[in-house]
Ligand binder design. Structure first.
Ligand code: G3P
Ligand code: MG
Length: 364
């Protein structure tokens, strides 16, 4: 009958499209929610359309961020719906790719907690090094309280094997100094200096991973603010100066790069299965089919994935490059510049806000 047909149509179309939202400039700005965000997400929940949040932000665990956002937006979000800039590093953590790493960025020791949760065994933050010898960064900005509360006693004679920048530095001066010290160290040891190499000058002594390359991002200030990409530029230009070379090798994650979109696609497929089995029998982890689909999420292809973002250089470019549909909103970085001047054109249009974008997508 008509009713059944209607339901079938709805569930077919619902299972075939999915939404992915950027966070800063789309759902929130600073600590303030964007007014239309709650209704937009509730609408998708009502229609049972799966969605994920894909942000270049981070510095805390996915669980903590999901709790913060659930509270701010007034919509229940799962940690499994969140891909932050550093979330793919979980793969390296689980593999125990490095023995000891330096994690840069984020508030206090939150990023360390996150790295430990990913499976990294021995995680140092710049504050630990400052605590042991404040002269490493003579003008550091840490308080006595921070230095006692968030640091760990670490043996600095054990080498650091890699640097992972999880989020924007809070004490940029210290992070620049410690990062460059290590990139130019002898054997990854703090307080040592390698001889400037004659070949492979562009290769730092230990690898550095930047979790995003956002030059700017939108908080609650009227003009966009510098992001981690600006930190990368500073590190890189000092590295080039020190080593008298024209490049610095590094790995960059985050939007607009394929690695992030691939990761998010798998996360979305897993979330879709979790969502479907929740609605089905309430036993999310008990079904064999669930486990099978989780391990082979490519079986779950969406016809369309809509990326709703505010930054043409990250959200929109990445979506376009990876075969997703892109929608640009006016609530963040994008400031009504002529479309022709943008790095990437949104394939599914420009919308006033996230709610307009969701309504548009649902009607396609
Ligand atoms: O640090 C936050 C930032 O660079 C951008 O976050 O959510 O707009 O990708 P988002
Ligand atoms: Mg944004």
């Amino acid at each position: 009958n008509m009713l059944l047909r209607g339901i079938r149509l709805l569930s077919t179309s619902a299972s075939k499209s999915a939404f992915v939202f950027d966070i800063d400039g789309v759902l929130i700005r600073g600590n303030k929610p964007i007014p239309q965000a709650k209704t937009a997400l509730e609408l998708l929940n009502k229609e049972k359309v799966p969605f994920l949040l894909l942000t270049n932000g981070g510095g805390v665990t996915e669980k903590k961020r999901a709790e913060f956002l659930s509270d701010k937006l007034g919509v229940e979000l799962s940690a499994n719906q969140l891909v932050q800039s550093h979330t793919p590093l979980q793969i390296l953590g689980e593999k125990h790719a490095y023995d000891r790493i330096l994690v840069v960025g984020g508030v206090n020791d939150e990023a360390r907690k996150c790295a430990l949760e990913y499976g990294f065994q021995d995680v140092i933050i710049p504050m630990d090094i400052v605590k042991q010898n404040p002269s490493v960064s003579p003008h550091h900005r840490y308080t006595v309280e921070q230095l006692s509360k968030y640091t760990r006693e670490v043996d600095l004679l054990k080498p650091i094997e890699a640097i992972a920048v999880f989020n924007d530095p809070r004490d940029m001066g210290t992070d620049i100094q410690v990062t460059l010290d290590l990139l130019n160290s002898a054997g990854g040891l703090i307080g040592t200096q390698r001889k400037v190499p004659t070949v492979h000058r562009s290769t730092p002594l230990i690898p550095i991973i930047f979790s995003n390359d956002d030059f700017i991002w939108a908080n609650d200030y009227p003009i966009p603010r510098f992001g981690q990409g600006a930190f990368r530029m500073v590190v890189e230009s000092l590295y080039k100066k020190i080593n008298n070379c024209s490049e610095m090798d590094s790995l960059i994650l985050g939007k607009p790069y394929a690695i992030q979109y691939d990761y998010a696609k798998k996360a979305l497929a897993k979330w879709h299965v979790e969502l479907t089995s929740k609605h089905g029998n309430g036993h999310v982890h008990s079904s064999g089919a669930f486990a099978q689909e989780i391990n082979n999420p490519t079986n779950l292809q969406f016809n369309r994935i809509y990326m709703v973002g505010d930054n043409p250089a990250s959200d929109i470019k990445g979506a376009n490059d990876n075969g997703w549909e892109s929608m640009l909103v006016r609530t963040g970085v994008y400031n009504n510049e002529p479309l022709g001047s943008l790095v990437a054109l949104p394939s599914a249009g420009v919308h006033d806000d996230v709610l307009e974008a969701v309504k548009y997508g649902l009607n396609q």
